[in-house]
Design a protein around this ligand. Structure first.
Ligand code: SAM
Length: 183
C-alpha cells in the first residue's frame, strides 16, 4: 500500500500540526496514509465505517508496532461525526468526498490546524477505475471552494503519475487560522 505522494510532500507540516492535537485520517480505509504517518513516529487516529478495513489496519499497525488507533464511525450518519470542535491538529481526507461534511471538518480543526486532502476529479473517469458518480468526483476548481474558511497553503489539480496508476485528482493543503475564534 503506497501512501499518497501528497502526504509525503506534506510530511513536515503534518508532523508540526501534531503538536496541536491528534492527526486524524478520515475514511482511512486500510490505512495506507495512517500507517505512513505512524511510521514517522506520529500518533494517528484512523476512522472508517467499514469494520473489515479497520481490522486490517489494526492488525498491520499491531504487527509493525505503530501508534494507530482505529475508530469505527459512519461519518455521514446523523450523529456519526465523532470529532469534537477544535480538537484535531491535522485532518487527512483522501479519496473520500462528502461535500456536506466540509464545515464539520473545518470546525474539528484546532486553531492553526492543518487540513490535507486529495480526491478524484471528474477527469478521472478516463482511467476506467475508481468512482464514476458525480457525487464522488470534484468539478474543476471545486475543492478550495468547499473550505472557504481556511487559509490555503497549496492547491493543485491535474493528472498525477506519481503513484502506481495515473489519477486525476485535486489536492488541497490549508490551515485553520490560528486566531479565528468566531468559527
Ligand atoms: C476509496 S477508500 C479511501 C481510503 C483511504 N482514505 C485511502 O486514500 O486509501 C474510501 C473509504 O471511505 C470509507 N467510507 C465511505 N463512506 C464512509 C462514511 N460514511 N463514514 C466512514 N467511512 C466511509 C470506506 O469504507 C472506504 O474505506
Amino acid at each position: 500500500m503506497t501512501p499518497s505522494p501528497w502526504l509525503e510532500q506534506s510530511r513536515a507540516l503534518v508532523q508540526a500540526a501534531a503538536a496541536l492535537g491528534p492527526v486524524v485520517d478520515l475514511a482511512c480505509g486500510r490505512g495506507r496514509n495512517a500507517l505512513a504517518v505512524a511510521g514517522w513516529g506520529t500518533r494517528v487516529i484512523g476512522i472508517d465505517r467499514n469494520p473489515d478495513v479497520l481490522n486490517e489496519l489494526a492488525g498491520a499497525a499491531h504487527r509493525a508496532r505503530l501508534p494507530v488507533q482505529c475508530v469505527r464511525a459512519d461519518l455521514e450518519a446523523e450523529f456519526g461525526f465523532p470529532l469534537k470542535p477544535r480538537s484535531c491538529g491535522a485532518i487527512l481526507v483522501f479519496r473520500f468526498l462528502c461535500r456536506r461534511l466540509a464545515p464539520r471538518i473545518v470546525e474539528a480543526l484546532a486553531p492553526g490546524g492543518l487540513l490535507l486532502t486529495e480526491t478524484f476529479t471528474l477527469d478521472h473517469r478516463q482511467f476506467g477505475y475508481g468512482p464514476t458518480r458525480e457525487a464522488f468526483l470534484l468539478a474543476a476548481g471545486e475543492l478550495p471552494t468547499l473550505f472557504p474558511e481556511l487559509v490555503i497553503d497549496a492547491t493543485w489539480e491535474g493528472v498525477s503519475n506519481a503513484g502506481p496508476r495515473p489519477e486525476a485528482v485535486a489536492r488541497l493543503r490549508a490551515f485553520r487560522h490560528s486566531s479565528l475564534d468566531g468559527l
